[in-house]
Design a protein around this ligand. Structure first.
Ligand code: BGC
Length: 416
């Protein structure tokens, strides 16, 4: 008996020893489309190779609204995941609740301060301490197109101005195809809206109106012109757009049913996952009028305070892996984004990513680098929700005049 119990104790010690190194890592994310799933699988592989157990907590729903709701209920019930896909000002809101873990030991050991653009590092920190790890830089002001559809309709190249865009859209309509593939969901409406505002008004106007929520800018002639242009874009979408998921809109472009889509470069992840070749099957260009600007959207994982030491160890390894060069390359090759880690070798990346990388650096110098409002980088989640609703109401109801639409948006912005 004695021997047996000694054996049991020894066995328990061995198990405890293993679990002190290998922990569960539960990761809440909303990467469920083809390209997204391939990307997150790379992170899972890296964590498994370190001996950890990946517990996938995927909540479907582009833009992450559903995931944010599920996260709240898990944290409120005292059972947070190790990491959750949270970004921008929402990181600060969670940190204020006192539920986020301090990642400084990993960040210092891995030299994050010197590997990240300051504008990104600041978002990842709360009161000077790292509480989140950044994954990538997505550019939101892209326009995607099917090369064969453009050719068929007699459109010579990617339109650079809104006038050129509408001329191209007319040709596509005449050819019997859908000019704009759109998914009618708040965040997709706003993704299009912010590109229109940027194209019509430029980066300074975008910042004044949508980031600073300046009432003068929100009720200006430039905003009027933006809303007119936005409504005109809608007239080139198909009647089945309401409620459609963004990746299904991308599929319409791939399948030669539609010509263009306004979407961030996670759409490229979809094209690539379907075996499409950039520059040949599909084309990328900045949305009309926005070539000198860059709306950035940095995905990141905020880490929650955990009690179990093995889980804490796994969490630290996750943070280190996310910022590591191996993950930064393979993840972003699949995701359509560019690495957030500075000085990465871009040799394996395609021309869309290379352009994104160049424009990210250039626009940071000229003032053209602006945060995406549609993707949670610019204003508080409450303000964002309110103006998204007002913009979608305008998009969905042609009976709302431009003047009223403008008033409603300004009112929503002022209330927050
Ligand atoms: C996220 C992307 C994601 C996209 C669609 C964006 O807000 O930043 O990572 O692919 O939404 O879900």
């Amino acid at each position: 008996m004695l021997k047996l119990s000694k054996l049991a104790t020894a066995a328990a010690l061995v198990i405890a020893g293993t679990s002190a190194m290998a922990g569960d890592v539960e990761v809440l994310h909303y990467w469920t489309s083809g390209g997204e799933a391939k990307s997150v699988a790379e992170l899972k592989k890296i964590m498994q190779a370190k001996g950890h157990v990946w517990k996938d907590f995927a909540v479907a729903g582009g833009g992450g609204d559903a995931a944010a709701t599920v996260l709240k209920s898990r944290v409120v019930s005292g059972n947070p995941p190790a990491a959750a896909q949270i970004k921008g000002p929402a990181i600060q809101e969670w940190a204020t609740e006192g539920v986020l873990a301090n990642l400084d030991s990993v960040a210092t050991a891995e030299k994050w301060d010197s590997l990240l653009p300051k504008v990104v590092a600041d978002v990842m920190k709360y009161k000077g301490n790292y509480v989140a790890a950044p994954v990538n830089v997505h550019r939101v002001n892209w326009m995607w197109a099917n090369a064969a559809v453009l050719k068929k309709a007699g459109v010579a190249g990617m339109p650079k101005t809104w006038d050129e865009f509408f001329a191209a859209a007319d040709k596509i309509k005449k050819a019997g195809l859908i000019p704009v593939a759109h998914g009618g969901q708040n965040w997709q409406d706003f993704t299009t809206f912010e590109s229109v505002v940027l194209g019509v008004g430029g980066a300074k106007f975008y910042s004044d109106a949508l980031v600073k929520l300046d009432p003068k800018a929100l009720t200006s002639d430039t905003m009027k012109k933006s809303l007119e242009t936005f409504r005109k874009v809608k007239s080139y979408t198909d009647p089945a757009a309401p409620g459609r998921d963004w990746n299904l809109a991308t599929a319409m472009v791939m399948q030669e049913k539609a010509a263009f889509q306004f979407m961030g470069d996670w759409a490229k992840g979809e094209f690539l996952a379907a075996g499409k070749v950039p520059g040949k099957d599909f084309l990328c260009a900045a949305a009309p009028g926005t070539a000198n600007a860059f709306t950035f959207n940095v995905d990141s994982f905020a880490m929650f305070k955990l009690k179990d030491p093995a889980a804490q160890k796994a969490q630290g390894d996750l943070a280190a892996a996310i910022m590591g060069p191996e993950f930064q390359e393979v993840f972003n090759l699949n995701k359509g984004s560019i690495p957030v880690r500075l000085n990465m070798n871009m040799a394996k990346f395609d021309d869309c990513a290379k352009l994104s990388s160049k424009d990210f650096v250039d626009t940071a110098k000229t003032g053209g680098l602006v945060p995406s409002v549609a993707h949670g980088m610019a204003i508080s989640p409450a303000a964002e929700g309110a103006i998204k609703d007002a913009v979608s109401q305008f998009w969905n109801d042609d009976k709302i005049s431009v003047a009223d639409g403008m008033k409603n948006i300004a009112k929503a912005a002022a209330a927050k």
